[in-house]
Design a binder for this molecule. Structure first.
Ligand code: ZN
Ligand code: ZN
Length: 215
């Protein structure tokens, strides 16, 4: 697998650790963490700090040694027993299989135009998470964002104004980013994308289709 270049922010990891993210974002964060040793270690540190803060003896500060020991423990932790019922070698990491099924064959895709397909996953309705399948070489309509959009690549790769994103990479878009993701030639790009507000499309056709597609 290519090295993961694009990671979660500390703010997102902390919000995840403290249970303050909508379920749709939790799915994306948990899926990235399952693919990314670096973010998993940072999350472990935040959880350790959070645990230390709520500890009765609040005067205890986390020493370098304690942090190193915690990270070593995380590294040494064997796969959770729950993994056993998940399909190994699937395009979908274990946390995603709980929402999307065992693998790509289980997805009930819906065509949304231009060869692009989507499948909205069932979560609480404060945010939305969907799988997207973009044919190699195809572009998503250019758009801006009213809130936050978290996109995690599961297969293939795409490029946009912010760089190249391949399996495991996560793109964090907000009001400041207007982008046109284009899938690389060669294979379909499968992404997991969570949004907490409707996207802003520039073109008329995507805008007209928006109510039907639910993006
Ligand atoms: Zn990461
Ligand atoms: Zn976007």
């Amino acid at each position: 697998m290519d090295r993961i270049e694009h990671h979660l922010t500390d703010e997102l990891l902390m919000a995840y650790a403290s249970g303050n993210l909508p379920e749709a974002f939790n799915v994306v964060v948990a899926t990235h963490i399952s693919l990314c040793d670096e973010c998993r270690a940072r999350l472990g540190a935040f959880e350790a700090i959070g645990g230390a803060l709520i500890d009765e003896d609040a005067s205890v500060t986390l020493s370098e040694d304690a942090l190193a020991a915690t990270l070593a423990l995380i590294d040494a932790t064997p796969e959770a027993p729950a993994e056993i019922r998940h399909k190994l070698g699937s395009v979908f990491p274990a946390p995603l299989q709980d929402y999307a099924g065992a693998d790509l064959d289980d997805v009930k895709w819906r065509a949304i135009g231009g060869g692009v397909k989507q499948a909205v996953l069932q979560t609480s309705d404060d945010a939305t998470v969907r799988l997207l399948s973009i044919p190699g070489g195809a572009a998503m309509p250019d758009h801006g964002h009213n809130g936050m959009e978290l996109t995690l690549v599961l297969k293939g790769a795409f490029r946009d104004e912010d760089g190249r994103f391949a399996r495991g990479d996560i793109e964090i878009a907000d009001e400041d980013l207007h982008h046109t993701p284009v899938a690389e030639h060669g294979e379909d790009c499968i992404c997991l994308a969570a949004t907490d507000a409707p996207l802003r499309f520039r073109g008329l056709l995507p805008r007209m289709a928006q109510p039907f597609v639910g993006i």
